[in-house]
Ligand binder design. Structure first.
Ligand code: ADE
Length: 278
């Protein structure tokens, strides 16, 4: 059962496109938006994943639709956005959450793998944003939130996604300037290590490494999908109407590490999992 710190009906009748909304952090964002009254369209390449999400969200079937599309492919994005706009007059919010990467040292990375990650995480984000701006937000205003990563000190063993996400962070600022005058805000959320379904997609070695990472932040634990969703929903909400071109890190202060100021073990920053008391 989803709960939210935000008030009921906060997003009533708003139309939101969440790319990669069928699983993990994207699915959590989708659930909370539905709970708060939005109509959510989830976009993804994998129809089976979209169908599973639809089944899991039966209680909200009147507020939910899916569109199958590879965000790297301009024509597929055109088609998907036109389809959404034929059903709803406008798209109020966009969450650029779809992405993917795989661990590999830079010197072993095939150019094909590098290109694929840049193509999804950077180019796909741009293609979807530009299309929705031109077809709807330029006319109606709106808000966009991009999902980044903790790449502030580079991203060893995932140089492709580090470069792509850094590109999206810069794009966030450019679009905030270019599209601000039309009433469009563009911000980003940069999650640290989040306990999410993405954990299941990595191989044994990387999963073993991930299990050691809670010690790498000031909260001394993994973050939750609900904590990332809370930041995304804040940036979409009217409470953030004076915020644009900005990035919120949701990472327990991981980049603040220095040998002088190491992270310390404690259990005093309880997770917000979207269900418990607060
Ligand atoms: N999720 C991960 N990669 C994607 C892509 N290329 N298009 C849509 N959703 C995705």
């Amino acid at each position: 059962m989803i709960q939210s710190i935000y008030k009921q009906d906060l997003f009533k009748d708003k139309v939101v496109l969440v790319t990669g909304g069928g699983s993990g952090i994207g699915l959590r964002i989708t659930k909370e938006l539905l709970f708060l009254g939005a109509h959510v369209v989830i976009a993804g390449r994998n129809e089976e994943k979209l169908n599973l999400a639809t089944e899991a969200l039966q209680d909200y079937r009147h507020q939910l639709s899916t569109v199958s599309c590879n965000i790297r492919e301009e024509q597929q994005v055109d088609h998907a956005v036109d389809k959404i706009l034929s059903q709803h007059n406008q798209i109020d919010f966009l969450v650029n959450n779809a992405g993917g990467q795989f661990p590999q040292p830079a010197d072993q990375m095939k150019i094909k793998g590098w290109r694929a990650v840049i193509d999804t995480n950077l180019n796909g984000t741009f293609i979807v944003s530009q299309k929705i701006y031109k077809q709807s937000m330029k006319r109606t205003g709106g808000a966009i939130v991009n999902i980044l990563a903790n790449m502030w000190n580079g991203f060893p063993d995932m140089c492709h996604t580090g470069a792509a996400r850094a590109g999206v962070e810069n794009l966030t600022k450019t679009l905030a300037t270019e599209w601000g005058p039309e009433g469009v805000r563009i911000n980003s959320v940069a999650p640290g290590v989040i306990r999410s379904s993405g954990f299941d997609t990595y191989d044994e070695d990387f999963t073993a490494y991930l299990k050691t990472t809670p010690k790498d932040n000031k909260a001394y634990r993994f973050g939750t999908e609900a904590e990332v969703a809370a930041a995304v929903l804040f940036l979409l909400s009217p409470a953030a109407n004076f915020i644009t071109g900005e990035t919120i890190k949701v990472d327990g202060g991981e980049p603040l590490y220095s040998p002088k100021f190491p992270h310390k073990e404690h259990g005093k920053m309880a997770p917000w999992d979207g269900t418990g008391k607060f």
